[in-house]
Design a protein around this ligand. Sequence first.
Ligand code: HEC
Ligand code: HEC
Length: 266
Amino acid sequence: MNRHAFSFGLVVVATTCLSLFYTEAGFGQTNPEQGHDMGRMEETGAADIATGKMIYRMTCIHCHGSKGRGDGAAAIFIGPYSHPRPNDFTAGIFKFRSTESGQLPMLEDLMRTIREGIPGFMPSFRNLGEERIRQVSLYIAREFIQKELPTQTTIKYVEHVGPYTYSVESVVRGKEVYKRLGCFACHGLDGRGTGISLKDKRGLPIKPVDLTRQETFGNGTSHEDIYRTIMTGLDGTPMPGFSSQFKGKEESAWDLVHYILSRQGR
Ligand code: HEC
Ligand code: HEC
């Protein structure tokens, strides 16, 4: 293991312990089970924000920093000169959204990122429970983003059912879509990346993800996750959103998803 990976491991262990401690301590008076109640989901009371702040200070601040600018004390271990670093929440540019490119994420998008984590960069905080995940998301929105988050998206999410599920024919069509939309320009014809040098919004070098290794995808690896990534793109990186190319023929995005999944381990 190189020093970089080791340091990251330490940070993850430390933060996971903290969040475990937090869960054990049973902070706040809310029951995590109540997080599933849609009525409560809409509440943005001061008590929620205050609990969210406490969670942030115990669990997130080391990487994301006290002002949400991604400059916490531990962020340096993730690689001061490498990508990706914890993002600057105050800049309002988010990678993992279900909304159009250029828009803010929905609250549920922040919650999903926190729940699932980001492989290699941020641990999953699932053990906080849905209610606390919601509270810390509200805190980030209020304190750092400081704008109203969208509550719906204009992107059409076609269900992955019936004729749109996996088939060999779909993979063959997906390969054509991959070529037609120019994915190969960055990801290469074999999906492994072309080695072209790209930069993210901070001017730091960034590599197109190796599409044959889904374990490295930050935005999730389920069919639905990859569909969402393709539609929305990853703002702040060169990965564009393709929702306009799929307008009116959203089903064919599933062909592309199937093609990517068929390439795993190749
Ligand atoms: C070990 C360091 C670390 C800890 C601890 C951490 N994060 Fe992160 N977080 C990151 C990194 C690194 C990124 C950027 C990864 C990327 O851009 O692929 C990130 C990104 C995010 C994003 C934005 C993703 C996007 O859409 O661009 C959110 C939201 C987030 N973190 C919330 C949290 C919350 C809430 C906590 C505490 C419960 C937390 N993080 C704890 C390292 C951390
Ligand atoms: C202009 C270059 C470029 C083009 C064109 C492009 N990508 Fe990407 N893509 C990237 C970069 C760069 C990343 C890595 C972003 C990161 O590390 O956060 C990426 C990441 C991804 C990911 C992984 C996302 C994750 O969860 O981490 C998938 C899947 C993906 N691209 C699919 C596609 C598909 C399918 C197409 C064509 C429809 C495409 N890309 C076109 C540059 C590009």
